[in-house]
Design a protein around this ligand. Structure first.
Ligand SMILES: [Zn+2]
Length: 98
């Protein structure tokens, strides 16, 4: 079971990579940083543009429902299955897929 613990919205001091789209989060960019726990504690880093993608993929029952978790593959699969959605189209654009 994956549990959400907390989220912050820091400004990147160094480059990061988004866990949802694998895009680069540039220094100076504000991003989402969530503390999570499954069998261990970990940090989920995400660009702000991916927040609606993650929410929509979760609402559409993508991801591992038994584990309450969602990963890159789930976001990517949802976006590819819903190319008419503006957030999905933007997500695919960030990856150079259109
Ligand atoms: Zn992203």
């Amino acid at each position: 079971m994956t549990t959400f613990i907390s989220e912050s919205r820091p400004r990147a001091r160094t480059a990061h990579f988004c866990d949802a789209c694998r895009g680069r989060i540039a220094p100076g960019e504000t991003y989402s940083k969530a503390a999570m726990k499954s069998d261990y504690f970990y940090t989920w880093v995400m660009c702000l543009s991916c927040i609606p993608v993650l929410a929509k993929a979760w609402a559409a029952n993508y991801g591992d429902l038994s584990d309450s978790s969602l990963d890159y593959d789930d976001c990517h699969e949802w976006a590819q299955d819903n190319p008419e959605d503006a957030d999905a189209a933007a997500y695919l654009d960030r990856q150079g897929i259109s």
